[in-house]
Design a protein around this ligand. Structure first.
Ligand SMILES: *Cc1c(COP(=O)(O)O)cnc(C)c1O
Length: 440
Protein backbone atom coordinates (compact mmCIF):
# COMPACT_ATOMS: atom_id res chain seq x y z
CA UNK A 1 0.00 0.00 0.00
CA UNK A 2 3.08 2.20 0.35
CA UNK A 3 3.53 4.77 -2.34
CA UNK A 4 -0.12 4.93 -3.39
CA UNK A 5 -0.32 8.56 -2.26
CA UNK A 6 2.14 9.53 -4.98
CA UNK A 7 -0.72 9.04 -7.41
CA UNK A 8 -2.39 12.48 -7.60
CA UNK A 9 -5.83 10.85 -7.97
CA UNK A 10 -5.37 8.85 -4.76
CA UNK A 11 -4.00 11.93 -2.97
CA UNK A 12 -7.09 13.91 -4.02
CA UNK A 13 -9.34 11.06 -2.91
CA UNK A 14 -7.62 10.92 0.46
CA UNK A 15 -8.37 14.64 0.84
CA UNK A 16 -12.08 13.94 0.21
CA UNK A 17 -11.93 15.85 -3.10
CA UNK A 18 -13.87 14.99 -6.22
CA UNK A 19 -11.96 12.93 -8.75
CA UNK A 20 -12.55 11.97 -12.38
CA UNK A 21 -10.45 9.49 -14.32
CA UNK A 22 -10.88 7.20 -17.25
CA UNK A 23 -9.86 3.70 -18.24
CA UNK A 24 -6.44 3.85 -19.83
CA UNK A 25 -6.48 0.54 -21.68
CA UNK A 26 -7.87 0.49 -25.20
CA UNK A 27 -8.84 -3.19 -25.13
CA UNK A 28 -11.81 -3.66 -27.49
CA UNK A 29 -15.05 -4.48 -25.67
CA UNK A 30 -15.41 -8.03 -26.97
CA UNK A 31 -11.88 -8.87 -25.86
CA UNK A 32 -12.30 -7.22 -22.44
CA UNK A 33 -15.54 -9.12 -21.85
CA UNK A 34 -13.90 -12.37 -22.75
CA UNK A 35 -10.95 -11.55 -20.44
CA UNK A 36 -13.40 -10.97 -17.58
CA UNK A 37 -13.90 -14.71 -17.24
CA UNK A 38 -17.61 -14.10 -16.60
CA UNK A 39 -19.96 -16.28 -18.62
CA UNK A 40 -22.60 -14.32 -20.58
CA UNK A 41 -24.92 -17.34 -20.18
CA UNK A 42 -25.48 -16.00 -16.65
CA UNK A 43 -27.67 -13.29 -18.16
CA UNK A 44 -29.99 -15.67 -20.03
CA UNK A 45 -30.23 -17.92 -17.02
CA UNK A 46 -31.33 -15.03 -14.80
CA UNK A 47 -33.69 -13.67 -17.44
CA UNK A 48 -35.36 -17.10 -17.81
CA UNK A 49 -35.72 -17.38 -14.02
CA UNK A 50 -37.47 -14.00 -13.79
CA UNK A 51 -39.78 -15.25 -16.54
CA UNK A 52 -40.58 -18.50 -14.69
CA UNK A 53 -41.36 -16.59 -11.50
CA UNK A 54 -43.39 -13.84 -13.20
CA UNK A 55 -46.76 -15.51 -12.43
CA UNK A 56 -45.82 -15.79 -8.73
CA UNK A 57 -44.55 -12.19 -8.61
CA UNK A 58 -47.73 -10.97 -10.29
CA UNK A 59 -49.83 -12.85 -7.76
CA UNK A 60 -47.90 -11.66 -4.67
CA UNK A 61 -47.14 -8.13 -5.88
CA UNK A 62 -50.09 -7.01 -8.02
CA UNK A 63 -48.40 -3.64 -8.62
CA UNK A 64 -46.24 -5.51 -11.17
CA UNK A 65 -49.34 -6.01 -13.34
CA UNK A 66 -48.42 -3.49 -16.05
CA UNK A 67 -45.38 -5.63 -16.88
CA UNK A 68 -47.09 -9.00 -16.21
CA UNK A 69 -44.94 -9.82 -13.19
CA UNK A 70 -41.65 -8.67 -14.71
CA UNK A 71 -39.78 -6.15 -12.53
CA UNK A 72 -38.91 -3.27 -14.84
CA UNK A 73 -38.73 0.54 -14.79
CA UNK A 74 -39.34 3.28 -17.37
CA UNK A 75 -36.91 5.73 -19.02
CA UNK A 76 -37.83 9.43 -18.76
CA UNK A 77 -36.38 12.54 -20.41
CA UNK A 78 -34.99 15.36 -18.23
CA UNK A 79 -35.22 18.43 -20.50
CA UNK A 80 -35.69 21.00 -17.73
CA UNK A 81 -32.91 19.63 -15.55
CA UNK A 82 -30.58 19.52 -18.56
CA UNK A 83 -31.20 23.24 -19.24
CA UNK A 84 -30.80 24.06 -15.54
CA UNK A 85 -27.48 22.22 -15.26
CA UNK A 86 -26.23 23.70 -18.56
CA UNK A 87 -26.75 27.11 -16.98
CA UNK A 88 -25.27 26.27 -13.59
CA UNK A 89 -22.22 24.53 -15.06
CA UNK A 90 -21.74 27.17 -17.73
CA UNK A 91 -21.47 24.73 -20.64
CA UNK A 92 -24.06 23.07 -22.82
CA UNK A 93 -24.16 19.28 -22.84
CA UNK A 94 -24.16 17.77 -26.32
CA UNK A 95 -26.90 15.20 -26.81
CA UNK A 96 -29.84 14.49 -24.57
CA UNK A 97 -30.25 13.69 -20.88
CA UNK A 98 -32.42 10.73 -19.79
CA UNK A 99 -33.17 9.03 -16.48
CA UNK A 100 -33.53 5.27 -15.92
CA UNK A 101 -36.16 5.11 -13.20
CA UNK A 102 -35.03 2.20 -11.03
CA UNK A 103 -36.29 4.30 -8.13
CA UNK A 104 -39.71 3.15 -9.35
CA UNK A 105 -38.94 -0.58 -9.48
CA UNK A 106 -41.75 -2.45 -7.74
CA UNK A 107 -41.39 -4.46 -4.50
CA UNK A 108 -38.14 -2.85 -3.31
CA UNK A 109 -38.13 0.73 -4.72
CA UNK A 110 -34.49 0.50 -5.77
CA UNK A 111 -32.09 -1.15 -8.20
CA UNK A 112 -31.74 -3.96 -5.62
CA UNK A 113 -35.06 -5.28 -6.94
CA UNK A 114 -32.99 -6.64 -9.83
CA UNK A 115 -30.07 -8.39 -8.09
CA UNK A 116 -31.47 -9.05 -4.62
CA UNK A 117 -34.75 -10.51 -5.78
CA UNK A 118 -33.01 -12.61 -8.42
CA UNK A 119 -30.80 -14.27 -5.81
CA UNK A 120 -33.78 -14.98 -3.53
CA UNK A 121 -35.67 -16.59 -6.42
CA UNK A 122 -32.65 -18.68 -7.38
CA UNK A 123 -32.19 -19.94 -3.83
CA UNK A 124 -35.89 -20.68 -3.27
CA UNK A 125 -36.06 -22.49 -6.59
CA UNK A 126 -33.05 -24.64 -5.72
CA UNK A 127 -34.41 -25.56 -2.27
CA UNK A 128 -37.83 -26.42 -3.73
CA UNK A 129 -36.41 -28.48 -6.60
CA UNK A 130 -34.07 -30.39 -4.28
CA UNK A 131 -36.94 -31.17 -1.92
CA UNK A 132 -39.00 -32.35 -4.89
CA UNK A 133 -41.98 -30.08 -4.18
CA UNK A 134 -41.57 -28.18 -7.46
CA UNK A 135 -40.67 -29.47 -10.89
CA UNK A 136 -39.17 -27.26 -13.59
CA UNK A 137 -42.30 -27.10 -15.73
CA UNK A 138 -44.72 -26.32 -12.90
CA UNK A 139 -46.66 -23.10 -12.85
CA UNK A 140 -44.61 -21.14 -10.31
CA UNK A 141 -47.68 -19.73 -8.56
CA UNK A 142 -47.16 -23.08 -6.75
CA UNK A 143 -44.66 -21.16 -4.60
CA UNK A 144 -47.64 -19.63 -2.82
CA UNK A 145 -49.01 -23.10 -1.87
CA UNK A 146 -48.76 -24.33 1.69
CA UNK A 147 -46.73 -27.46 1.00
CA UNK A 148 -44.04 -25.47 -0.83
CA UNK A 149 -44.01 -22.77 1.86
CA UNK A 150 -43.70 -25.44 4.56
CA UNK A 151 -40.59 -26.84 2.87
CA UNK A 152 -39.06 -23.39 2.35
CA UNK A 153 -39.73 -22.61 6.02
CA UNK A 154 -37.05 -25.18 6.89
CA UNK A 155 -34.46 -22.96 5.18
CA UNK A 156 -33.12 -19.53 5.90
CA UNK A 157 -31.54 -16.66 4.02
CA UNK A 158 -29.21 -14.05 5.46
CA UNK A 159 -27.64 -10.83 4.18
CA UNK A 160 -25.62 -7.82 5.32
CA UNK A 161 -26.90 -4.49 3.98
CA UNK A 162 -26.84 -0.70 4.18
CA UNK A 163 -30.62 -0.92 3.74
CA UNK A 164 -31.88 -1.39 0.21
CA UNK A 165 -30.45 -4.84 -0.40
CA UNK A 166 -32.01 -5.92 2.88
CA UNK A 167 -35.38 -4.56 1.73
CA UNK A 168 -35.33 -6.40 -1.59
CA UNK A 169 -34.19 -9.69 -0.07
CA UNK A 170 -36.25 -9.46 3.10
CA UNK A 171 -39.58 -8.61 1.47
CA UNK A 172 -39.29 -11.31 -1.20
CA UNK A 173 -37.79 -14.05 0.97
CA UNK A 174 -40.34 -13.57 3.74
CA UNK A 175 -43.14 -13.84 1.15
CA UNK A 176 -41.69 -17.16 0.00
CA UNK A 177 -41.74 -18.45 3.57
CA UNK A 178 -37.95 -18.47 4.04
CA UNK A 179 -36.60 -17.62 7.50
CA UNK A 180 -34.97 -14.26 6.81
CA UNK A 181 -32.32 -12.31 8.71
CA UNK A 182 -30.88 -8.96 7.64
CA UNK A 183 -27.73 -7.58 9.26
CA UNK A 184 -27.91 -3.79 8.98
CA UNK A 185 -24.94 -1.39 9.09
CA UNK A 186 -25.00 1.78 11.17
CA UNK A 187 -25.90 3.85 8.07
CA UNK A 188 -29.18 2.00 7.53
CA UNK A 189 -32.29 4.15 7.95
CA UNK A 190 -34.71 3.34 10.76
CA UNK A 191 -37.70 3.22 8.44
CA UNK A 192 -36.05 0.44 6.43
CA UNK A 193 -35.53 -1.62 9.60
CA UNK A 194 -39.12 -1.04 10.71
CA UNK A 195 -40.53 -1.92 7.31
CA UNK A 196 -38.57 -5.19 7.29
CA UNK A 197 -39.74 -6.12 10.78
CA UNK A 198 -43.33 -5.51 9.67
CA UNK A 199 -42.75 -8.18 7.00
CA UNK A 200 -41.61 -10.69 9.62
CA UNK A 201 -37.89 -10.30 8.91
CA UNK A 202 -35.33 -10.54 11.75
CA UNK A 203 -33.23 -7.36 11.69
CA UNK A 204 -29.87 -7.36 13.49
CA UNK A 205 -28.41 -3.89 14.01
CA UNK A 206 -24.67 -3.25 13.95
CA UNK A 207 -22.70 -0.23 15.12
CA UNK A 208 -20.09 -0.78 12.42
CA UNK A 209 -20.01 -0.21 8.68
CA UNK A 210 -21.30 -2.28 5.79
CA UNK A 211 -18.37 -4.72 5.66
CA UNK A 212 -18.83 -5.54 9.33
CA UNK A 213 -22.53 -6.22 8.82
CA UNK A 214 -21.64 -8.49 5.90
CA UNK A 215 -18.96 -10.30 7.93
CA UNK A 216 -21.41 -10.90 10.77
CA UNK A 217 -23.99 -12.38 8.39
CA UNK A 218 -21.38 -14.52 6.64
CA UNK A 219 -20.12 -15.96 9.94
CA UNK A 220 -23.61 -16.72 11.25
CA UNK A 221 -24.71 -18.39 8.02
CA UNK A 222 -21.52 -20.47 7.79
CA UNK A 223 -22.47 -22.19 11.03
CA UNK A 224 -25.81 -23.43 9.64
CA UNK A 225 -26.08 -25.48 6.45
CA UNK A 226 -29.80 -24.69 6.02
CA UNK A 227 -29.02 -20.98 5.70
CA UNK A 228 -27.99 -19.32 2.45
CA UNK A 229 -25.83 -16.22 2.73
CA UNK A 230 -26.22 -13.51 0.08
CA UNK A 231 -22.69 -12.18 -0.27
CA UNK A 232 -22.95 -8.67 -1.69
CA UNK A 233 -19.15 -8.49 -1.91
CA UNK A 234 -18.88 -11.49 -4.20
CA UNK A 235 -22.19 -12.80 -5.55
CA UNK A 236 -22.77 -13.99 -9.12
CA UNK A 237 -26.57 -14.42 -8.73
CA UNK A 238 -26.84 -10.75 -7.68
CA UNK A 239 -24.62 -9.70 -10.56
CA UNK A 240 -26.66 -11.73 -13.06
CA UNK A 241 -29.94 -10.19 -11.87
CA UNK A 242 -28.58 -6.69 -12.49
CA UNK A 243 -27.26 -7.65 -15.92
CA UNK A 244 -30.75 -8.56 -17.17
CA UNK A 245 -31.55 -4.82 -17.26
CA UNK A 246 -29.53 -4.37 -20.44
CA UNK A 247 -31.49 -6.41 -22.94
CA UNK A 248 -34.75 -4.89 -21.76
CA UNK A 249 -33.24 -1.42 -22.07
CA UNK A 250 -32.40 -2.14 -25.70
CA UNK A 251 -36.10 -2.62 -26.44
CA UNK A 252 -37.08 0.44 -24.41
CA UNK A 253 -34.67 2.71 -26.27
CA UNK A 254 -35.92 1.41 -29.59
CA UNK A 255 -39.46 2.17 -28.44
CA UNK A 256 -38.41 5.76 -27.66
CA UNK A 257 -36.90 6.13 -31.12
CA UNK A 258 -33.37 6.33 -29.71
CA UNK A 259 -30.61 5.05 -31.99
CA UNK A 260 -27.42 3.58 -30.57
CA UNK A 261 -24.66 3.03 -33.14
CA UNK A 262 -21.14 4.12 -34.08
CA UNK A 263 -22.28 7.73 -34.56
CA UNK A 264 -24.78 7.79 -31.65
CA UNK A 265 -23.10 6.57 -28.47
CA UNK A 266 -24.99 5.53 -25.37
CA UNK A 267 -23.38 7.06 -22.27
CA UNK A 268 -24.49 5.46 -18.98
CA UNK A 269 -23.81 6.83 -15.49
CA UNK A 270 -24.26 4.51 -12.51
CA UNK A 271 -24.16 5.14 -8.74
CA UNK A 272 -21.74 2.67 -7.18
CA UNK A 273 -21.47 1.16 -3.71
CA UNK A 274 -19.81 -2.23 -3.54
CA UNK A 275 -19.92 -2.32 -7.36
CA UNK A 276 -22.35 -5.20 -7.92
CA UNK A 277 -25.26 -3.28 -9.40
CA UNK A 278 -23.28 -0.94 -11.68
CA UNK A 279 -20.97 -3.83 -12.57
CA UNK A 280 -23.81 -6.17 -13.49
CA UNK A 281 -25.63 -3.52 -15.52
CA UNK A 282 -22.38 -2.61 -17.31
CA UNK A 283 -21.62 -6.26 -18.10
CA UNK A 284 -25.09 -6.65 -19.62
CA UNK A 285 -24.90 -3.36 -21.55
CA UNK A 286 -21.51 -4.14 -23.06
CA UNK A 287 -22.81 -7.49 -24.27
CA UNK A 288 -25.74 -5.76 -25.95
CA UNK A 289 -24.17 -2.55 -27.30
CA UNK A 290 -20.47 -3.47 -27.56
CA UNK A 291 -18.16 -0.52 -28.31
CA UNK A 292 -21.12 1.86 -28.68
CA UNK A 293 -21.90 2.04 -24.96
CA UNK A 294 -19.69 3.82 -22.40
CA UNK A 295 -20.25 3.23 -18.68
CA UNK A 296 -19.13 5.47 -15.80
CA UNK A 297 -19.36 4.80 -12.05
CA UNK A 298 -20.16 7.47 -9.45
CA UNK A 299 -19.18 7.17 -5.78
CA UNK A 300 -19.28 9.50 -2.75
CA UNK A 301 -16.07 11.53 -2.40
CA UNK A 302 -15.97 10.58 1.25
CA UNK A 303 -16.47 6.86 0.63
CA UNK A 304 -14.83 5.66 -2.59
CA UNK A 305 -14.54 1.88 -2.91
CA UNK A 306 -14.42 0.53 -6.48
CA UNK A 307 -12.64 3.60 -7.86
CA UNK A 308 -10.01 3.15 -5.13
CA UNK A 309 -9.69 -0.60 -5.61
CA UNK A 310 -9.27 -0.37 -9.38
CA UNK A 311 -7.00 2.65 -9.34
CA UNK A 312 -4.57 1.03 -6.88
CA UNK A 313 -5.00 -2.49 -8.27
CA UNK A 314 -5.56 -3.61 -4.68
CA UNK A 315 -9.33 -4.22 -5.13
CA UNK A 316 -10.92 -5.66 -1.96
CA UNK A 317 -7.56 -5.41 -0.16
CA UNK A 318 -8.00 -1.65 0.29
CA UNK A 319 -10.77 0.47 1.75
CA UNK A 320 -11.64 4.15 2.09
CA UNK A 321 -10.55 3.91 5.74
CA UNK A 322 -6.99 3.17 4.58
CA UNK A 323 -6.97 6.65 3.03
CA UNK A 324 -7.89 8.14 6.40
CA UNK A 325 -11.45 8.92 5.30
CA UNK A 326 -14.24 8.28 7.81
CA UNK A 327 -16.55 6.89 5.11
CA UNK A 328 -19.55 8.86 6.36
CA UNK A 329 -21.96 9.89 3.62
CA UNK A 330 -25.52 11.05 3.24
CA UNK A 331 -25.77 8.58 0.34
CA UNK A 332 -26.54 5.58 2.56
CA UNK A 333 -26.98 3.26 -0.46
CA UNK A 334 -23.36 3.98 -1.43
CA UNK A 335 -21.88 3.88 2.08
CA UNK A 336 -19.50 1.08 1.23
CA UNK A 337 -15.78 1.52 1.94
CA UNK A 338 -14.44 -1.79 0.57
CA UNK A 339 -15.20 -2.89 -3.00
CA UNK A 340 -16.56 -6.17 -4.27
CA UNK A 341 -13.96 -8.85 -5.00
CA UNK A 342 -15.76 -9.74 -8.16
CA UNK A 343 -16.44 -6.53 -10.04
CA UNK A 344 -13.22 -4.52 -10.05
CA UNK A 345 -11.03 -7.54 -10.76
CA UNK A 346 -13.20 -8.85 -13.60
CA UNK A 347 -14.36 -5.60 -15.18
CA UNK A 348 -11.58 -3.02 -14.72
CA UNK A 349 -10.96 -3.13 -18.47
CA UNK A 350 -14.65 -2.82 -19.29
CA UNK A 351 -15.71 0.12 -17.08
CA UNK A 352 -14.95 3.38 -18.91
CA UNK A 353 -14.49 5.80 -16.06
CA UNK A 354 -14.76 6.56 -12.37
CA UNK A 355 -15.91 9.73 -10.64
CA UNK A 356 -16.46 10.80 -7.07
CA UNK A 357 -19.08 13.35 -6.03
CA UNK A 358 -19.42 15.27 -2.75
CA UNK A 359 -22.39 14.82 -0.42
CA UNK A 360 -23.28 18.50 -0.89
CA UNK A 361 -23.76 17.99 -4.61
CA UNK A 362 -25.83 14.81 -4.20
CA UNK A 363 -28.08 16.68 -1.76
CA UNK A 364 -28.37 19.71 -4.03
CA UNK A 365 -29.14 17.48 -7.02
CA UNK A 366 -31.88 15.75 -5.02
CA UNK A 367 -33.54 19.16 -4.62
CA UNK A 368 -32.94 20.18 -8.26
CA UNK A 369 -34.39 16.96 -9.66
CA UNK A 370 -37.53 17.66 -7.63
CA UNK A 371 -37.84 21.35 -8.51
CA UNK A 372 -37.09 20.89 -12.24
CA UNK A 373 -38.79 17.57 -12.97
CA UNK A 374 -40.96 16.75 -9.97
CA UNK A 375 -38.97 13.55 -9.36
CA UNK A 376 -38.25 12.65 -5.74
CA UNK A 377 -35.45 10.18 -5.01
CA UNK A 378 -32.94 9.34 -2.28
CA UNK A 379 -29.58 11.18 -2.42
CA UNK A 380 -27.64 8.05 -3.48
CA UNK A 381 -29.71 7.93 -6.65
CA UNK A 382 -28.43 11.31 -7.87
CA UNK A 383 -24.70 10.45 -7.82
CA UNK A 384 -24.56 10.08 -11.61
CA UNK A 385 -26.39 13.28 -12.59
CA UNK A 386 -23.36 15.55 -13.02
CA UNK A 387 -21.19 12.97 -14.76
CA UNK A 388 -22.40 13.71 -18.31
CA UNK A 389 -20.94 17.22 -18.02
CA UNK A 390 -17.70 15.94 -16.49
CA UNK A 391 -17.19 13.45 -19.29
CA UNK A 392 -18.42 15.75 -22.04
CA UNK A 393 -16.10 18.54 -20.98
CA UNK A 394 -13.05 16.33 -20.61
CA UNK A 395 -10.32 16.57 -23.28
CA UNK A 396 -9.85 12.76 -23.36
CA UNK A 397 -13.37 12.39 -24.58
CA UNK A 398 -13.46 14.54 -27.64
CA UNK A 399 -12.50 11.37 -29.48
CA UNK A 400 -15.75 9.43 -28.85
CA UNK A 401 -17.43 9.48 -32.26
CA UNK A 402 -20.77 11.27 -32.24
CA UNK A 403 -20.48 12.50 -28.65
CA UNK A 404 -22.48 15.61 -29.56
CA UNK A 405 -25.40 13.30 -30.48
CA UNK A 406 -25.05 11.10 -27.41
CA UNK A 407 -27.84 9.62 -25.35
CA UNK A 408 -26.83 10.33 -21.74
CA UNK A 409 -28.65 7.86 -19.51
CA UNK A 410 -28.32 8.51 -15.79
CA UNK A 411 -29.27 5.46 -13.73
CA UNK A 412 -31.54 6.59 -10.90
CA UNK A 413 -31.20 3.86 -8.32
CA UNK A 414 -33.72 4.35 -5.52
CA UNK A 415 -36.24 6.42 -3.66
CA UNK A 416 -39.90 5.61 -4.24
CA UNK A 417 -40.30 3.95 -0.84
CA UNK A 418 -38.77 6.80 1.19
CA UNK A 419 -41.39 8.04 3.72
CA UNK A 420 -42.70 11.55 3.16
CA UNK A 421 -41.17 13.15 6.27
CA UNK A 422 -37.75 11.74 5.40
CA UNK A 423 -38.13 13.01 1.82
CA UNK A 424 -39.09 16.47 3.10
CA UNK A 425 -35.84 16.53 5.09
CA UNK A 426 -33.79 15.51 2.02
CA UNK A 427 -35.39 18.30 0.01
CA UNK A 428 -34.90 20.94 2.70
CA UNK A 429 -31.22 19.98 3.13
CA UNK A 430 -30.83 19.96 -0.63
CA UNK A 431 -32.27 23.47 -1.00
CA UNK A 432 -29.79 24.72 1.61
CA UNK A 433 -26.85 23.12 -0.18
CA UNK A 434 -28.10 24.53 -3.47
CA UNK A 435 -27.81 28.02 -2.01
CA UNK A 436 -24.29 27.33 -0.75
CA UNK A 437 -22.63 25.65 -3.74
CA UNK A 438 -20.37 28.20 -5.42
CA UNK A 439 -18.74 26.06 -8.04
CA UNK A 440 -20.10 22.88 -9.62
C1 LIG B 1 -27.05 -0.47 -3.54
C2 LIG B 1 -27.31 0.82 -4.18
C3 LIG B 1 -26.45 1.32 -5.16
C4 LIG B 1 -25.16 0.66 -5.57
O1 LIG B 1 -25.16 -0.72 -5.77
P1 LIG B 1 -23.88 -1.59 -5.38
O2 LIG B 1 -24.20 -2.96 -5.85
O3 LIG B 1 -23.71 -1.52 -3.90
O4 LIG B 1 -22.71 -0.98 -6.07
C5 LIG B 1 -26.79 2.52 -5.74
N1 LIG B 1 -27.89 3.20 -5.39
C6 LIG B 1 -28.74 2.74 -4.44
C7 LIG B 1 -29.95 3.55 -4.11
C8 LIG B 1 -28.48 1.54 -3.81
O5 LIG B 1 -29.31 1.10 -2.88
Amino acid sequence: MQGIFEDPVIAAMAAGKETTWFRQSRTPTAQALSNSGLDPALIDDASDRFQRFAPWILREFPETGINHGILESPVHGLPRLQTELDTRLGRALGGKLWLKRDDLLPVAGSIKARGGIHEVLQVAERFALEAGVISPDDDYTRFADQDVQAVLGRYGIMVGSTGNLGLSIGITAARLGLRTTVHMSADARDWKKQLLRSHGVTVVEHQGDFSQAVDAGRAEAAADSTVHFVDDENSLPLFAGYAVAARRLEGQLRGLGITVDGQHPLMVYLPCGVGGSPGGVTFGLKHVFGDNVHCYFAEPANCPAVTLGVRTGLHEKISAFDLGLDGKTTADGLAVARPSELVGRALADVIDGYCTVTDEKMQALTALLDSCEGIRVEPSATAGLLLPWRVFGHPDFAEIPGLVNATHLVWCTGGSMVPEDEMARYLAQGQQELGRIGSW
